[in-house]
Design a protein around this ligand. Structure first.
Ligand SMILES: [Zn+2]
Ligand SMILES: [Zn+2]
Length: 407
């Protein structure tokens, strides 16, 4: 299995959250050649916020089949969801590991100029408007490469490969946890490429990961003539605008770093009508999970208060989220030992969020250990940028380090 070929194939077919049909079918086709126990439909489909509608899934299913994916597998994955779990048993007793590999791409239009390596090398996104701009194409290749490497079963315990959909936006891990995918797991690790580390440098863990909650609020009021009967209207736009200022006006916490952002606001219908509808999306973040939970509650309080002030109703939906993560020292030591011979750092400062933290939390709560490994990819542009890329020399480094960690 050639890691670079695999990565480029996935890179040129980027699929957004829960639409990873071609990618998951590719994962299945490789796993079937290995001595693993495969579980499809490894997620609780009910209650996933903003899950893609049938037309969207059909579109990506067509694209997948037309670019070589098995039609039967694509149909199964479209019906059951794209999460895949594969268990590989070692030849002697030992711990059960769970390793997370996320598969989703982003709604970003990839750069086309010759300075962008994937464009120059002919493996730029074939799906206009979508791009692997976070390195998850590499993660898929690493996961499959590792499964192949360990298929001699010369290691203690069991390795459970979690091929996860929808990391971006924080919905995939929660849905997979709903299907009990880390039950009985003793050690958890996620691996991420890039994060501004030099190519090949290995960080055994991360620090400063943000817990986050994504929310959507819909305000519903009453439309009315803006001049003839404004008193009969109930102004949803005003309520939303009040909420925007209120959310950004929430106090900071002295106990932990926090962020708030209102990212979108759409309201009203016409210049001479009291606006009856408004919708906004916002997020809370904190490096402390409990503080994020309290900040989230305060954001909701502002949303409800603003609605009350204007006599409108508000419907608040949590559309995604993840928690913070403290990497366990024992695993940090183990990763550093496995990565001897490479440039290493013990902890890398992470400026964002990743819902792998939810898997980690579940494993740690049950008495297990967790870490989040970073393998530098010398990325020439920031994550989620049209010029993002990873140095492919990082792929075998990640496989080597993970294999050494398991053995
Ligand atoms: Zn990302
Ligand atoms: Zn990512």
């Amino acid at each position: 299995m050639d890691l670079v070929t695999l990565r480029r194939d996935v890179h040129s077919h980027p699929e957004p959250a829960f639409c990873e049909l071609r990618t998951a079918a590719l994962v299945l086709s490789h796993l079937r050649k290995l001595p693993v126990r495969i579980r499809t439909g490894a997620l609780a489909l009910g209650g996933i916020p903003a899950y893609p509608d049938d037309a969207t899934l059909e579109r990506f299913a067509d694209l997948a089949i037309h670019s070589g994916a098995d039609a039967g597998d694509v149909a199964t994955l479209a019906r059951e969801g794209t999460a895949i779990v594969a268990d590989l048993e070692g030849s002697r007793p030992g711990p059960t590991w769970a390793l997370r590999f996320d598969m989703d791409a982003l709604p970003v239009t990839e750069a086309a100029g010759a300075t962008h390596f994937p464009a120059a090398q002919g493996f730029r996104s074939a799906y206009e408007g979508f791009m692997h701009a976070c390195g998850h194409d590499g993660h898929v290749a690493i996961g499959l490469g590792l499964a192949e490497r360990l298929s001699d079963r010369d290691f203690p315990g069991t390795v459970r490969f979690l091929f996860q959909p929808a990391e971006e936006g924080g919905r995939g891990a929660r849905a997979m946890l709903g299907a009990d995918v880390v039950e009985g797991v003793d050690r958890f690790a996620a691996v991420h490429l890039g994060l501004d580390l030099p190519a090949g440098t290995v960080a055994a863990g991360i620090t400063g990961i943000f817990a986050t909650t994504k929310m959507r609020a819909r305000f519903t009021g009453v439309a009315s003539h803006a001049a003839a009967a404004p008193q009969d209207g109930r102004n949803a736009l005003l309520a939303a605008a009040t909420a925007v200022l209120g959310i950004h006006g929430l106090p900071r916490f002295s106990t932990a770093d926090t962020r708030v952002n209102v990212g979108t606001l759409h309201a009203g219908g016409n210049v001479n009508i009291v606006p009856a509808l408004a919708e906004l999306t916002c997020e809370a973040r904190s490096r402390d999970g409990a503080v994020n939970a309290e900040l989230t509650e305060r954001v909701k309080q502002v949303l409800r208060g603003a609605a009350l002030a204007q006599g409108v109703t508000v419907d608040i939906e949590e559309t995604g989220g993840s928690t913070s993560l403290t990497c366990d020292d024992e695993l940090l030591d183990a990763v550093l030992a496995a990565a001897s011979g490479h440039e290493t750092v013990r902890l890398h400062e992470m400026g964002g969020s990743d819902d792998a933290s939810l898997f980690a939390e579940a494993v740690q709560r049950a008495g297990g250990l967790a870490t989040y490994i970073v393998v530098g990819g010398g990325n020439p542009a920031p994550h989620h940028n049209p010029y993002f890329d990873v140095d492919e020399s990082a792929l075998p480094v990640a496989v080597d380090v993970l294999a050494a960690l398991i053995r």
